[in-house]
Write a protein that binds this ligand. Structure first.
Ligand code: FES
Ligand code: FES
Length: 178
């Protein structure tokens, strides 16, 4: 897991709000204006720049993160709304420098696209596999339909999610990853 890079003790200005939340398992705190978007707070206040901004109005899915286990557009949420929440970002997927099953499958199946859409795809795929460990192709396509990339046919991405699901099923059956 890549840790947040906390900036030096933030200066609290009039009207600023101290926001505490657990991010990728780590309790973190920062300061935000009431209007600060959660994605900007993660990137600029906490230094977690893996989450990207595409459209900035809830259409493209690039900024998808998990908030209390649910996929959310972090460009449609304010940092102050996330106080006390459990946040997961793309930086939290790998453990001890090892990519998780979905990241490995994206790599193997050529699901990786650019640095803007891929983090959102990975987080949406993570949410899907947590909610439905054995999705059909149609369910994968429907779940990822909110993550837009006009540069791909989505085949590699769908294959990657299927592959990760199959491996996770094998791991839970056999006690180890296939
Ligand atoms: S940047 Fe949030 S949905 Fe596009
Ligand atoms: S938007 Fe990322 S490769 Fe198409």
């Amino acid at each position: 897991m890549i840790s947040a890079q906390p900036v030096a003790a933030p200066t609290v200005m009039d009207g600023d709000v101290v926001c505490e939340m657990v991010v990728n398992g780590e309790p973190l705190k920062g300061v935000a204006e009431p209007r600060t978007l959660l994605v900007d707070f993660l990137r600029h206040e906490l230094g977690l720049t893996g989450t990207h901004v595409g459209c900035e109005h809830g259409v493209c899915g690039a900024c998808t993160i998990l908030v209390d286990g649910q996929p959310m557009r972090s460009c449609l949420m304010l940092a102050v709304q996330a106080r006390g929440a459990e946040i997961r970002t793309v930086e939290g997927l790998a453990t001890a420098g090892q990519m998780d099953a979905l990241q490995v499958a994206f790599h193997e199946k050529h699901g990786l696209q650019c640095g803007f859409c891929t983090p959102g795809m990975l987080m949406a795929g993570t949410a899907l596999l947590e909610q439905n460990p054995d999705p059909t192709e149609n369910q994968i396509r429907e779940f990822l339909s909110g993550n837009v990339c006009r540069c791909t046919g989505y085949m590699g991405i769908v294959d990657a999610v299927k592959t990760a699901a199959a491996r996770q099923a094998g791991a839970s059956t056999n006690g180890h990853e296939s």
